[in-house]
Write a protein that binds this ligand. Structure first.
Ligand code: PMP
Length: 408
């Protein structure tokens, strides 16, 4: 066994779910952009918390609550370090990327006036489209969209032409979930700041594949979901620059987000609690901490190189199949590849792959406007994670070729 396959097989052994057959074939899980599998350490951390420490956080002065609070808050610091935020006060817990963007749209609305402009892109997930469309209706903001260029990237010239003194916000995905394309967010942020617009980066697809440094990017806000990073569902992170978060009103009201409540006047808690009304997903946050510890145990550059080799192999093999139309071939990508098959529906291809034990995603990938821009109803998306192997990528290609022969 080569050094590199030993490395991946050791890593993979932490994900027992991958060791199963589906439709009598060994499972090949290539739907990681939808959600990743969880290593044993994450499952163990959650069960350890429920078996030993379960109590509400921040509220009581008994042992269990203290233990739960200590573990819970340690994860906030771990996330701060993971994305290189300046302070743990800048890390707000949410349910996921969707909630993070909705939270921002709701609280930033207080700073927007009728006619102010918000810019998104043609590559956005519905979670980064619909909350802004709601503000178009409720606050009269104007929503502008950066189109795709001929080479399947964001058209940066068109973006620059959209920016003006009316632009208050730019909200862009770091990596497209449907195409895998990596956007030049650092440049996008720099250009937005030249007109004093704030920038939100949707990092849902990026955190598991890139090294994210929010200070280096200089983004104002960064959101992601824990479940795409080997951690549980129902937990997400909203990063915001402290001075900006301080100026924003709270979103939901309730316990935890207040300093004092009376029928005359209620005062709000400080950061990060101001944005965290109600009991949080304590077990989920603790699971995220275990996922971050797990990833830290591996050489990040080596993991990225491994994922890139899977992507390159698959893209090259797909481009050699005459029936395949690849989207954004050759463009800098991470995590995912999208394609269609001439004359076949994406859903049928995904179903026939599943019959051979291969899990991929088909459809619009919650990016219907992007599908219209690409002139298709949906694509087949294969998406990789650190535990996928070259043998799995080869099996996927063989299974695809086999089903194409069958369909002839
Ligand atoms: N944005 C992007 C780019 C995504 O890939 C996803 C998940 N597919 C989301 C937002 C929404 O994430 P969640 O459903 O975890 O809130």
């Amino acid at each position: 066994m080569s050094n590199s396959s030993f490395f991946i097989s050791e890593l993979r052994s932490h994900f027992p779910i991958l060791n199963q057959t589906v439709n009598d074939f060994p499972l090949v899980y290539l739907d990681n952009a939808a959600t990743t599998q969880k290593p044993l350490a994450v499952v163990d951390a959650i069960s350890h918390y429920y078996l030993n420490d379960n109590a509400n956080v921040h509220r009581a002065s008994h042992q269990l609550s203290n233990r739960a609070t200590t573990s819970f808050e340690a994860v906030r610091t771990a996330v701060q370090q993971f994305i290189n935020a300046k302070s743990s006060k800048e890390i707000i817990w949410t349910k996921g990327t969707t909630e993070g963007i909705n939270l921002l749209a709701n609280v930033l609305a207080s700073q927007l006036q009728r006619g102010d402009q918000v810019i998104i892109s043609a590559m956005e997930h519905h979670a980064n489209i619909v909350p802004w469309q709601m503000l178009v209706k409720s606050h009269g903001i104007v929503l502008k969209v950066i189109p795709l260029s001929a080479d399947c990237c964001l058209d940066l010239e068109a973006y620059q032409a959209l920016l003006n003194e009316k632009t208050k916000l730019v909200s862009i995905t770091h990596i497209s979930n449907a195409l895998g394309v990596i956007n030049p967010v650092k440049e996008i942020i720099k250009l937005a700041h030249q007109v004093d617009a704030q920038v939100i980066i949707d990092g849902a697809q990026a955190v598991a594949h890139l090294t994210v440094d929010v200070q280096d990017l200089d983004c104002d806000y960064y959101v992601f979901s824990a479940h795409k990073l080997f951690a549980p569902t129902g937990v997400g992170v909203l990063y915001g620059k402290q001075d900006l978060l301080e100026k924003l009103p709270p979103w939901q009201g309730g316990g935890e987000m207040i300093k004092s409540v009376s029928f005359k006047e209620t005062t709000y808690n400080e950061l990060p609690f101001k944005f965290e009304a109600g009991t949080p997903n304590i077990a989920g946050v603790i699971g995220l901490g275990a996922a971050l510890d797990f990833i830290k145990g591996y050489d990040h550059e080596r993991l990225k190189a491994h994922e890139q080799s899977l992507l390159h192999f698959t893209e090259k093999a797909l481009s050699a199949i005459p029936e395949v139309t690849l989207f954004c071939a050759g463009v800098k990508k991470s995590g995912a590849i999208s394609f269609t098959i001439k004359g076949e529906s994406a859903a049928d291809i995904a179903m026939l792959l599943d019959a051979q034990g291969i899990a991929v995603r088909s459809g619009s990938h919650c990016a219907m406007p992007l599908m219209s821009e690409l002139n298709c109803n949906g694509t087949v998306r294969v998406s990789f994670a650190i535990y996928n192997t070259l043998e799995e990528a080869q099996r996927f290609i063989e299974a695809l070729k086999k089903l194409l022969q069958m369909l002839q």
